[in-house]
Design a protein around this ligand. Structure first.
Ligand code: SF4
Length: 368
């Protein structure tokens, strides 16, 4: 059996963690076309009874192409998708082919530590981890108990590993691969205060720099947490703010107030070299003027602001109603239709629409 990670054209420095867990469980080699792009067709050099492909909405078209090519060269092979419990990128759900390789134990301390040596791109990872160019990526938890309407993670129950288990993985990565920093990719790292503080105490002696790539919640952040995080090597912090307008926060069910966010920023500025916020333009109850106000608000508070466009999402994310697919409906009409259309077209390569029938036909032939 071999596993294939298609080229997603983004996050080349971040391994496909869900795939890494599955590969570790099955002790299977991974052809990683996202981090090591060339030769593009090298997966065809590996004849296997089963080729498992990681299929995300972002890589759907690529995955179908790979399946076709593999099947054409090795007609007796089965091509399956890899279906895992861990969905690392909250914005890009994993999809499934009809036939699947399943590794769906709920995320916990019982997971093995991911063995990235199984990736054929491993030497790139190792070199860049050691040279401080890339950070080692880790998931310490998955899911979130909050209900922000634009976020996929709201549908996933929060499941956290223990602080000790996460520390052991990072210690192993430092001893074995010489990592010099790490980044936490959790949907929301700071749900459990005691777990965060314990984790910080444990990793402090490792003297590694670290950060939380997806931002943390301001209303779960306080002075104790700030002190523990900064003393253990976290020098930059980002909050998921989304908007500085109270009505917008209410409309998106953010579950926190602008006053509480301001309080967290004040604390963070005492402890961290850099403080930033993630914002989203075009949210329900927002407008061009309101989004500009959020930008001014961030400037006044001296924080870096990262803006992204609001992605329309249908509530039920299923095969036929992906948030980018035909079933998706914008939840905000605040931006003019022409602008929405331009953004929709610009993100065309991310949509799997139009490929579904082709995939079904293709897989129907695989069922022998
Ligand atoms: S708090 Fe963060 S992770 Fe949780 S639902 Fe809201 S945006 Fe998503």
């Amino acid at each position: 059996m071999i596993f294939i990670n298609p080229d997603a054209k983004i996050n080349r420095d971040i391994p496909n963690i869900g795939l890494a867990y599955a590969a570790t469980h099955y002790n299977t080699k991974v052809i990683d076309l996202n981090t090591m792009r060339y030769p593009k067709d090298r997966f065809l050099n590996y004849e296997a009874d089963v080729a498992g492909i990681s299929v995300k909405s972002l890589t759907y078209g690529e995955s179908v192409k790979i399946a076709e090519l593999y099947k054409a060269k090795y007609p007796n092979a089965k091509v399956k998708s890899i279906s895992g419990f861990l969905d690392v990128q909250c914005c890009y759900p994993y999809l499934d082919f009809e036939e699947k390789i399943v590794y769906d134990k709920p995320f916990s301390d019982e997971y093995p530590f991911p063995n990235y040596e199984l990736f054929d791109s491993f030497s790139l990872f190792k070199k860049n981890w050691q040279r401080k160019v890339w950070s080692y990526a880790i998931m310490t938890s998955q899911g979130c108990p909050y209900q922000c309407i634009y976020c996929m993670s709201r549908n996933r129950k929060w499941l956290g590993r223990s602080a000790e288990n996460c520390f052991e993985e990072i210690k192993m990565a430092k001893m074995r691969w010489g990592i010099s920093s790490f980044e936490i990719l959790d949907d929301c790292f700071n749900i459990d205060k005691q777990r965060v503080i314990k984790f910080c105490e444990l990793i402090k002696p490792l003297k590694l720099g670290w950060s939380c790539a997806n931002g943390i919640r301001a209303d779960r952040f306080d002075e104790d947490m700030a002190k523990a995080m900064s003393e253990s090597g976290c020098k930059h912090i980002t909050f998921g703010i989304e908007s500085a307008i109270p009505e917008v926060l209410e409309a998106i069910k953010k579950g926190e107030t602008i006053e509480r966010i301001e309080k967290a920023i004040k604390i963070a500025k005492k402890y961290f070299r850099g403080v930033a916020g993630f914002f989203i333009i075009g949210l329900p109850k927002s407008s061009y003027e309101r989004d500009l106000h959020s930008l001014e608000w961030a400037k006044k508070r001296g924080i870096n602001a990262h803006f992204s466009y609001y992605v329309p999402m249908d509530k039920a994310v299923q095969f036929d109603s992906l948030f980018y697919g035909e079933g998706a409906k914008p939840m905000s009409d605040e931006y003019p239709k022409e602008l929405q259309m331009r953004i929709y077209k610009m993100t065309g390569s991310m949509r799997p629409s139009g490929k579904r029938n082709l995939l079904r036909e293709l897989l129907a032939g695989f069922k022998s």
